[in-house]
Ligand binder design. Structure first.
Ligand SMILES: [Zn+2]
Length: 317
């Protein structure tokens, strides 16, 4: 398991006091360093990405716009995403780091990698959205297709918010299996992801949206697992991306789901078992959202526990 850590990655945030502040990385990192996971993971430094990397998914015009606004250094990219000086380069670190993880996995140096500050699933091909400048999930999918000749990919997302930036970009793509459990869009940003949004044209049935009501607990989450497992088993992916946003845990200040960290642990463990059986164990985990600092540490550590079996080959329950 490769874990990407370092100041360049931690800097992606919108200032102290903002829900997506730069202190999120340290909330995870402090807990990680005191956990039993140290010694079972290789720590890797963040990597600077390029405009060309961002253009794998985004339009050239949008990438240029972010660079220009970053030089100005003030204002808003969209109603939720403030601009700060250097936001372009900072956002490209997330991109470059995720692509480095994709490369390392595809070269067989590791089967699993985790990038804590990543999983920015709201940005569309032509715009930022919801604190997300560049959509590293979409960029990873395009990099797998364009640079690594991998077509069949499973994207699974347990962040409280619907991954609209990923969903709509690949809505007509039958080779992108998309599974997203999130808070019902009638109650939470971005408002999309109803269960009848299941892909269009040849891609119909390749997208599984599971909206849950505010207050939903583990029991409701796990009641949907047979459906998730059934869809996964029909797809045979070559690569799996897991967005393990921490904002679905009880106590998040901006969402209303009430999961315990068992959701993150069990999802990671089951996805890992599936990856072992289907795609040589290849999983890229992306941290996603999460605005309660204690929950960030808990959700991401439990995800890692699920992805890394202990020395006896078992995972701690
Ligand atoms: Zn979220």
């Amino acid at each position: 398991m490769y874990i990407y850590a370092g100041d360049a990655l931690a800097r992606y945030g919108f200032g102290e006091g903002h829900p997506l502040g730069p202190d999120r990385f340290n909330a995870f990192w402090q807990a990680f360093q005191h956990s039993d996971l140290v010694g079972r993971c290789s720590i890797k430094a963040p990597v600077q990405g390029t405009a060309e990397d961002a253009r794998l998914f985004h339009s050239a015009e949008y990438v240029r716009r972010v660079r220009l606004l970053s030089e100005l250094g003030v204002g808003m990219l969209d109603p939720d995403t403030p601009i700060f000086p250097g936001i372009y380069e900072t956002a490209l670190v997330v991109v470059g780091t995720v692509l480095d993880a994709v490369n390392e996995i595809m070269q067989g140096h590791t089967a699993e990698a985790f990038v804590p500050i990543a999983g920015l699933h709201h940005a569309s091909r032509t715009s930022s959205a919801g604190f997300c400048v560049f959509n590293d999930c979409g960029i990873a999918i395009e990099a797998l297709r364009q640079r690594h000749r991998v077509r069949r990919i499973l994207y699974i997302d347990i962040d409280a918010h619907h991954a609209d930036g990923v969903f709509y970009a690949f809505e007509q793509d039958p080779d992108l299996l998309f599974i997203d459990v999130h808070e019902d869009g009638r109650y939470l940003y971005p408002g999309t992801g109803s269960e009848n949004e299941c892909g269009s044209g040849a891609a119909r049935g390749s997208k599984l949206n599971i909206p849950l009501p505010p207050g939903a607990t583990d029991e409701l989450f796990f009641s949907h697992w047979p459906k998730i497992a059934g869809v996964m088993e029909r797809h045979h992916p070559e690569f799996i991306i897991l967005q393990c946003g921490a904002d679905s845990l009880a106590g998040d200040p901006i969402t209303h789901l009430q999961f315990s960290d068992q959701v993150h642990y069990q999802t990671a463990k089951r996805v890992r078992d599936y990856a072992q059986a289907t795609c040589g164990g290849r999983i890229l985990a992306l941290g996603g959202g999460g605005y309660n600092r204690a929950n960030i540490a808990r959700a991401w550590l439990r995800t890692l526990h699920g992805l890394i079996p202990d020395q006896d080959g078992n995972s701690p329950d």
